[in-house]
Design a protein around this ligand. Structure first.
Ligand code: URA
Length: 224
């Protein structure tokens, strides 16, 4: 089966999944989207309100930050990479996904990884970072301790580099954190051999124009 057909099959199973309580309140499950042969895969936390309504990952304000970073720092399009979440259905009121929900959903993520076989996996925030680090036998401390440090790993299909970074919503809530997210995207550009001229690169948070995120994007305690 081709990578695209395998991903379609996984998405079909996710859309009819009842393995955990989160299926009860979903409008749409959010399997993920992008290039079936992507070199880089981004793994977020869980769908928020916009994602639940559209059935697509990272389409709200945090998604705008992620998309701008992919374009400005990597010179890639969203459709060049694969974007998904550790949990595929929206937790009520954007609460944190619970451990049993992550465990119930993780076989889908594992199959997506094994199908795409990315060279680099970027974990966005503590939930996906903790899940992937524990999977490769590493202890997760905190997202601020782990971010920006690439980890070479073997997930069964060859070498992959895991790069933990902050969740893109973190910089919306706390402007002091934006520099870390941007720094990690520079590291990512280096890993992919896609560094660009630093001075020509606009800030990925410029679109905010001084406005503030309003809480639809997940939890403001995103760094816990
Ligand atoms: N936050 C996430 O972690 N994932 C999304 O898809 C959207 C917001």
């Amino acid at each position: 089966m081709s990578e695209a057909s395998e991903l379609d099959e996984i998405a079909r199973e996710i859309r009819s999944c009842t393995r955990c309580r989160l299926h009860m309140n979903r409008t749409n499950a959010v399997p993920g989207e992008g290039n079936p042969k992507a070199e880089v895969m981004f793994i977020g936390e869980a769908p928020g309100e916009n994602e639940d309504l559209q059935g697509r990952p990272f389409v709200g304000a945090a998604g705008k930050v992620l998309t701008e970073a992919i374009e400005n720092f990597l010179g890639l399009k969203r459709s060049d990479v694969f974007i998904t979440n550790v949990v595929k259905c929206r937790p009520p009121n954007n609460r944190d996904p619970q451990d049993d929900e992550i465990m119930a959903c993780s076989p889908y993520l594992d199959r997506q990884i094994q199908t795409i076989k990315p060279k680099v996996i970027v974990t966005l925030g503590r939930h996906s970072t903790r899940y992937i680090m524990e999977k490769i036998g590493k202890q997760f401390r905190s997202i601020l301790a782990e971010r920006g440090k690439p980890i070479k790993a073997d997930l069964g299909y060859g070498e992959v580099v895991i790069l933990p970074t902050l969740h893109p919503a973190a910089g919306l809530y706390n402007p002091n954190l934006r520099k870390y997210f941007e720094e990690d995207f520079r590291t990512l550009a280096g890993l992919l051999g896609r560094e660009k001229d630093k001075d020509k690169r606009p800030s990925i948070f410029d679109f905010l124009n001084g406005s503030r995120a309003r809480g639809k994007e997940g939890n403001s305690d995103i760094l816990k």
